[in-house]
Design a protein around this ligand. Structure first.
Ligand SMILES: O=C(O)CCC(=O)C(=O)O
Ligand SMILES: [Fe+2]
Length: 346
């Protein structure tokens, strides 16, 4: 490991003290708990999710799904068309969606946010292949992707143990104190946007993470700077949840009412796979302030990919080629022109 990672502060001692939880998250920009989620239920969920992933052909056939032994000939990630095949299988699972509503999590969120809370309809699972480190989730603030309110809380939790080499989440404590959305730039990796944490004098860019164990959960608000660590294992998939919560009455961006994009599914395609209907369209009973999605972050990233590709940047060229391949029916004249200039065939 090339980077010096400090340990996350464990806040289990304050679990029954909401004012202290609120003080800590306001001060440090995150809260980390050991064993918050029931490990046995999470292991059962892991088995179910990994079995779906194995059926998609991403785990070595005949191995125990719980071990998550990846077929590294199938390395895909968000943004690759091929990622949808495995992700959609996971995304249809009722228990995966239900896990974001487990009382152990929602009651903790209610203490942290101080009031009635609602899980975002859009749940997220991350399936991370080994030996694909250039696609690791880059340094970012969640606001550029999920928007809504700065108080929106992300809960990141591994589904199974996640030691450092498997690539768990890392945060910069107190980075939320910048109190604004920082300039993000084009990058590979989930979300496709990166911020340079060393560029801002107010931020002390010291990364904190841990050897996560099954049941551990990390919470942070939308401005805290974070990233994933690379999956340096030989052959293990990293499987994790990142779900978001808001205080009822605060703003939620319209796209967060939809299934996560890389699944390419609608709720109408997901719900027939469920046995219960209590969580179907549950958000309609709340009086949410739904706001229009701000596309400017994405648009700026795309414009940067074009200009970097024009200068021969390989990651940007890769990203343009992938965009055209994913969606051959769209003209993508801008990307095609840049690639033609670079002599790259698509
Ligand atoms: O798990 C990952 O790679 C990314 C997670 C993330 O950025 C988040 O939970 O907000
Ligand atoms: Fe994030």
């Amino acid at each position: 490991m090339t980077q010096d990672i400090k340990q996350l502060r464990v806040s289990n001692d304050a679990l029954d003290d909401p004012p202290e939880l609120q003080r800590r998250i306001a001060d440090e920009g995150y809260l980390f708990f050991r064993g918050l989620m029931p490990a046995d239920r999470l292991r059962a969920l892991r088995y179910e999710m990994m079995s779906a992933i194995q059926e998609a052909g991403w785990l070595i056939a005949g191995t125990n799904p719980a071990d998550g032994i990846a077929d590294i000939n199938m390395r895909y990630t968000e943004g690759d068309n091929e990622y949808t095949a495995g992700y959609a299988q996971v995304y249809k699972l009722e228990n995966f969606h239900r896990s974001a509503h487990w009382d152990e999590v929602t009651s903790t969120v209610a203490k942290i946010l101080g009031g009635e809370i609602m899980p975002h309809p859009q749940k997220v699972a991350r399936i991370w292949f080994p030996k694909y480190t250039e696609h690791t989730t880059p340094t970012h603030q969640d606001y550029v992707h999920f928007q809504g309110s700065f108080n929106t809380l992300t809960c990141w939790a591994p589904v199974g143990d996640c030691p450092l080499e498997l690539g768990g989440l890392a945060v910069i404590p107190r980075s939320h104190r910048v109190q604004r959305v920082l300039e993000h730039h084009f990058s590979l990796g989930a979300g496709g946007l990166i911020v340079d944490e060393t560029e801002h004098d107010e931020i002390d860019p010291v990364w904190h993470s841990t050897d996560y164990e099954c049941g551990d959960a990390l919470f942070f608000p939308a401005l805290t700077i974070h990233k994933a660590l690379p999956n340096y294992t030989e052959d293990r998939l990293r499987l994790s949840l990142d779900n978001r919560y808001l205080k009822v009455g605060e703003e939620i961006a319209e796209h967060m009412l939809l299934p996560h994009g890389p699944s390419k599914l609608s709720w109408e395609e997901i719900y027939p796979h469920w046995s219960a209907d209590d969580l179907q369209y549950y958000w309609r009973k709340y009086d949410n302030q739904v706001v229009v999605r701000d596309q400017s972050f994405k648009e700026k990233g795309w414009a940067e990919a074009l200009s970097r590709a024009r200068n021969g940047d390989e990651a940007a060229i890769y990203s343009l080629v992938r965009t055209i391949k994913n969606d051959p029916a769209s003209p993508h004249d801008d990307a095609r022109a840049v690639l033609a200039e670079q002599g790259v065939a698509v």
